[in-house]
Design a protein around this ligand. Structure first.
Ligand code: ADP
Ligand code: TYD
Length: 205
């Protein structure tokens, strides 16, 4: 069976991290080998860039370029070799997050985003993207419940996450065959069933 590249997206607190393990377990239960990874990060160097991105203030274009620098490393060291070797890749975020957060949330020029995407991965796109869609007020309530110290993105206000959410939905509308929208207000159990159904339907046909 052809290897697949699956990504999980959504605003902070939408509940995607909680569901990734279940999706990976489902794929592995079919006897397939899966690499579970995340962005920004996924390699030692990209994890160092992640620490800068999540905690240090910087110019918006620096932020966008560092996201793509981390991605370049991640593609070269992890994603491309895994797919070439027949392994599946499941990533917590990829380029749709840069569109949503840097273009939608922060106002990065769309042409600059498109140029970086074209530079870093002109041909590769995920085979399937699961977009966890949730009201930012509910997402903030969930995050507050974790008790974790918020990072530079999680400290943003609801209007920022409303722009991020809308940018994700625009990107999904532009590519409905790839990006499947999940109503993340459902119970974890209902979401797990929906995620499994979509993965089985789109990747195992
Ligand atoms: N469907 C859900 N309903 C209610 N709470 C949820 C749901 N999914 C996740 N949570 C809780 O919300 C918080 C954020 O979830 P998480 O998976 O870390 O979100 P994300 O990775 O999208 O930022 C966690 O405390 C988690 O237990
Ligand atoms: C990949 C990526 C992430 N981000 C942001 C979104 C998140 O707020 C943050 C880290 O993502 P994430 O790993 O989902 O955070 P956490 O583990 O705290 O749930 O980086 C961007 O702004 N642009 C990007 O291209």
């Amino acid at each position: 069976m052809k290897s697949r590249f699956i990504t999980f997206e959504g605003i902070d607190g939408a509940g995607k991290s909680s569901q990734i393990a279940a999706a990976v377990a489902l794929i592995e239960s079919r006897g397939l080998s899966v690499v579970q990874t995340r962005e920004p990060g996924g390699t030692p160097l990209a994890e160092k860039l992640r620490a800068l991105l999540l905690h240090d203030a910087m110019h918006l274009e620096t932020e966008a370029m560092l996201m793509f620098a981390a991605r370049r490393e991640h593609l070269a060291a992890v994603i491309e070799p895994a797919l070439a070797g027949g392994r599946w890749v499941v990533s917590d975020r990829f380029t749709d997050a840069t569109y949503a957060y840097q273009v939608g949330g922060r106002g990065l020029d769309e042409a600059r985003f498109a140029a970086l995407e074209q530079w870093v991965h002109p041909h590769l796109q995920p085979d399937l993207t699961l977009l966890f869609d949730l009201d930012p007020i509910e997402a903030a309530r969930r995050l507050a419940g974790t008790g974790d110290a918020p990072d530079r993105f999680e400290r943003e206000q609801a209007d920022f996450f409303e722009r991020v959410r809308n940018a994700y939905l625009r990107r999904a509308a532009a590519d409905p065959a790839r990006i499947k929208i999940i109503d993340a207000a459902q119970t974890p159990e209902a979401i797990r069933r929906e995620v499994e159904g979509i993965v089985l339907e789109t990747c195992f046909q």
